[in-house]
Every structure is written in C-alpha cells, then in structure tokens.
Design a protein around this ligand. Structure first.
Ligand code: SF4
Ligand code: SF4
Length: 409
C-alpha cells in the first residue's frame, strides 16, 4: 500500500454520504475515510487483523468515493493494493476459501461459464424454489441460485460484421465472460448497432477474460496474465480500437497501461460503447420507440470511467422514448463484480434499496450497461414481488430503434 497515496487523504469526510456501506451501517471503519485510516495503520506496522480484512472485504470497490473526493485521493489504486495485501497476509476461514476458490475458478473462464448454461436452464424453477432453504446453509449459495439468470438461446457471432453503407471505422468488440455466456443477445445487438452506424466489427472468437475480476479481487498476477492475453488477441485481429459493452470490463481494460506498462498497452484504445457512439455521431435513422426508460448508472461506467452523459444522450435521441432518473443514482446496486456472492447480506440490502427507487420511477424498462447490475437489480425487483421489470442494455434499445422494432429485449 502506497503511503503517499494514503497521505493524500485530508479526512474531510466529503466521501462519506456517497459510500454505500457507510450509508447502510453508519460505521466510520466502513467508510472510505475509515478504510484509508486502517490502511495507514497497517503501513505503520499494525498487523492485518481479521476485523481489518472484514472492513476491506465489505468495500464494494464502487469508486463513488473517488468521484466525491475533492482532494483527488486514488482510492481505486489503494483498494487494489490493499486487496492484494489481504490475499497475501490474511488466512480466511475454510468455508470462505472454498467459496472464493469456486468463484475464481468459474467466472474468469468463458468456457466454464458457458458449460453452466444447460444445468442452469434445466434447474431454473428449482433454483428459485430452493433459494430460501439454501439461505440457512449458505447465503452465498442462496445468492447464486437466485441471481443466475434465465438462460437465453445461444447466439453465434460471426468473426466479422460488415459495416452497413459507407465504412467509417473498423473496431474490435469484447464479448466478455458473463455478458458472453448469459447475455449473448446484448453482444449481438452491440455488433448490429455498430455496423448500422458504419463500423466494421471484428469479433475474435477465442477471447478470454479481460482480468477485471482478478484485478478487483487482489489477484494482480492473474490479472496481468489475462490482460496480456486479451491485448494479444486484439492485436492479432488487427484492430487498434476495442469497443466494450460491459462497464466492469471497460474500466479494467482502460487501466491496462497501469497494469502492463504504457508502452505495452499503447497499441489498443479501449472505449465504452456509449462513449464511442457519442464520439462518432449518428448516421443511422432512429425509429420511434414509445417507452419510458429508467437509466441505471453502473458504478464502473459512471464513477470509474466518468461516463454518464453519453448513454443518456443516446437514449434521449430515440424518438418517443422518455428518460426518467432514478433517485440516489450514484449509490451502488450491490452487484460490484462478485460482491453479491461474497457479501450477500450487504448486497441484498443495497439491491432492495435500488429496486425500490427503480420501481418508484414507474418506468416500463430499466436500462443498464453492466451485466452484473442487470442480474442484481432484476433479482431484487423479483424479490419484492412487484412483477418483473424488463432490463435491457443501451445497445438493445438502440438496436430496436434502428431496426424499427417495437422492442428487442
Ligand atoms: S469504493 Fe465504494 S464501498 Fe468502497 S469505500 Fe469507496 S464508496 Fe465505499
Ligand atoms: S478520501 Fe477524499 S473525500 Fe474522503 S475523507 Fe479523504 S480526502 Fe476527504
């Protein structure tokens, strides 16, 4: 943990009201300022206790504190370094180790995730019925059963999608682990929208994990390996721009310079889908879509990449679409990568809080740019028994409008 970065905190407390765990529990040690204080104590020689590790584990890594901090404290770097230190210096109880081993051997591997599709499809009803009973054995297993989405039909993407009309650019597209396995329709919509906006889309078939999960979980060596492989995949595909439609993956890929060195990462530019579409401007005709949309700010898009205006502008430009805001939009929904599996109680409280605010908007459709948020909020809405609210990605809304469909989600 870098003492200089720790020293940048002037303890002003501006970040406290934006921190989801502080909002939930009102505990100083579960606030950014409190966690930075604990980091300082450890750097100063205090051994890492299980209590300290608990406060660090409870952090969602949502980066709301980075946005709020007037002193520019790099909490994102601090928590990454701290998580790596926790993994080195702290021995977790057996059950926790087993759960983490399961999560980290499954999620960063697209093929293993895809292999889960059939069993998940066959057990969909049973899973939901079993979830309350599993709660007594392990809240994490109950969360897994509840969160796993309905499995859509498999979508095979071509290696290359030709631009419609005059080609304005050639871009690579990341398919992602969770996005690829459970939301293939979002990837298909992304490729179609890019093509209709004049981009040739290159989709390398053998893409692995971008390293986001490992980087955010204190496993930097694994993150470096996966990042290196992802870069090499797109370099071999001959593209210099990669469009990403999952907020968590995009924010990590934009940090490849820090992770692998600026020289290594400089050949590939990473852009979020909304950011890129706003940058190149529209050429395709938008058809009316009469729907009221509540847009959810994914933390790794809004806080980590500073992308808030572009998705709202793209949605608002669809004729007939009415955009409504969700109260407390800067507070995390509790998804945060694998947080909802590893810290299920806090995640559930945050999910319920978010679902309440989403339903209060009266929107017909919730739009989110991150698969984790889609699963988390969808499950929280179901738990409230309010009848499911459809959740779509920005790409699916644009795809429907560009193709003149009533809906495509
Ligand atoms: S990253 Fe999020 S949960 Fe963690 S300290 Fe910052 S605001 Fe709180
Ligand atoms: S992290 Fe920033 S906002 Fe929070 S207490 Fe420190 S200086 Fe203030």
């Amino acid at each position: 943990m870098d003492p200089e970065l720790i020293g940048d905190c002037v303890h002003c407390g501006f970040c406290l009201p934006t921190c989801p765990t502080y909002v939930l529990w009102g505990e100083e040690m579960d606030s950014p300022r409190g966690r930075i204080h604990l980091m300082g104590q450890h750097v100063g020689g205090t051994p890492l206790t299980p209590e300290m590790a608990g406060h660090f584990d409870a952090c969602l890594g949502c980066m709301a504190c980075v946005t709020a901090c007037p002193s520019g404290v790099r909490y994102d770097r601090l928590i990454e370094q701290t998580r790596a230190e926790v993994e080195r210096a702290h021995r977790r109880p057996l059950q926790e180790r087993a759960l983490r081993a399961l999560v980290f051997r499954l999620f960063p591997y697209p093929r293993r995730l895809r292999a889960m599709r059939l069993p998940l499809r066959l057990t969909e009803g049973a899973r939901r019925r079993l979830a309350p009973r599993l709660e007594r054995i392990s809240p994490s297993l109950a969360a897994m059963a509840e969160l796993a989405p309905p499995v859509p039909a498999r979508v095979r993407l071509p290696r290359r999608v030709r631009a419609v009309g005059r080609r304005r650019a050639t871009v690579g597209m990341l398919t992602g682990c969770v996005q690829g396995a459970f939301f293939p329709q979002v990837n298909a919509a992304t490729a179609r929208v890019l093509a209709m906006e004049g981009c040739e889309v290159v989709i390398p078939p053998a893409q692995g994990c971008c390293g986001a999960l490992s980087l955010h979980s204190g496993l930097p060596e694994q993150a470096v390996r996966l990042a290196e492989r992802t870069l090499a995949t797109f370099e071999r595909a001959g593209v210099d721009t990669v469009v990403v439609n999952a907020a968590g993956c995009g924010s990590t890929m934009k940090e490849y310079g820090d992770l692998l060195g600026e020289d290594r990462a400089q050949n590939i530019r990473v852009v979020d889908l909304s950011e890129y579409l706003a940058e190149i401007g529209p050429v395709a005709t938008r058809h009316p879509l009469p729907v009221t949309v509540a847009y959810h700010d994914a933390c790794h898009l809004a806080h980590a990449q500073g992308i808030r205006a572009q998705p709202r502008a793209l949605l608002s430009a669809v004729p007939g679409l009415r955009l409504v805001e969700i109260a407390e939009s800067s507070i995390c929904c509790g998804s945060a990568g694998t947080y909802n599996l590893l810290q299920p109680e806090a995640a559930r409280d945050l999910g319920d809080r978010k679902a309440e605010r989403v339903l209060a908007t009266g929107a017909d459709l919730l739009v989110s740019a991150n698969p984790g948020c889609t699963l988390q909020i969808g499950s929280a809405v179901r738990r409230r028994g309010a009848g499911p609210i459809p959740v779509a990605h920005v790409a699916q809304v644009l795809d429907a409008s560009l193709r003149g469909l009533d809906r495509a989600w």
